[in-house]
Design a protein around this ligand. Structure first.
Ligand code: FE2
Length: 204
């Protein structure tokens, strides 16, 4: 049986202070994220022939090949795993603040400036009704796109490659920011590491 696991947190719980508080990171990583991993592994028990030698990304990209009985649980729980793996991996206490190289050029070509892109992602994240994510993704033609998604839906289902996300479930910010989602979204840019986003963008 393929067991899916959390990524190692590449920083300590308090490393993202003051922008994201230690208690939030700890609960988010050790409870919410872990819960998705455990539930996903449970859902997939007995379905080894669909998961054997497959990454979770591959399963998500061809989600409609899974039996209906487990498909929507895998979208929820598997999406919860993938989305959190990305979220925790692109944050850093010592982030690269400005994207360079091909991604940097593509951002300027598509959005005019990094600030314009951030504004778009902020809008998508703040306006996501209920729980979900704001995203920067790459479409099948290699173009950058800003989208938002509901619950734990993964852009992979839509044929899009995610390279940056902002988790706007209340569990990601409520302890520190209470109802002020926009404040959290504005502040998270202080800990988003463009080096990580670049490497995802450059990965074929
Ligand atoms: Fe979350």
């Amino acid at each position: 049986m393929n067991k899916y696991e959390k990524i190692e947190l590449p920083y300590s719980y308090d490393a993202l202070e003051p922008y994201i508080d230690a208690e939030t990171v700890e609960i988010h990583y050790t409870k919410h994220y872990e819960n998705y991993v455990n539930k996903l592994n449970k859902v997939l028990e007995g379905y080894e022939k669909y998961t054997k030698d497959k990454s979770l990304e591959e399963i998500m990209k061809s989600i409609y090949k899974l039996p209906k009985k487990i498909r929507y649980d895998v979208i929820d729980q598997g999406g919860g795993v993938l989305n959190h793996s990305l979220y925790f991996s692109i944050l850093s206490p010592t982030p690269k603040e400005i994207p360079e190289g091909v991604l940097g050029e593509e951002i300027n070509r598509t959005y005019g400036s990094l600030q314009n892109l951030k504004d778009e992602i902020n809008k998508a994240s703040i306006n996501q009704f209920g729980s979900g994510y704001g995203w920067l993704v790459v479409d099948k033609h290699g173009k950058l796109k800003v989208i938002n998604t509901l619950n734990q839906d993964s852009p992979l289902i839509l044929g899009l490659k995610p390279i940056l996300n902002i988790d706007v479930w209340e569990h990601a910010y409520y302890l520190k920011y209470k109802n002020l989602r926009a404040e959290y979204v504005k502040n998270i840019w202080n800990v988003i590491d463009w080096a990580k986003v670049e490497s995802l963008y450059n990965k074929k």
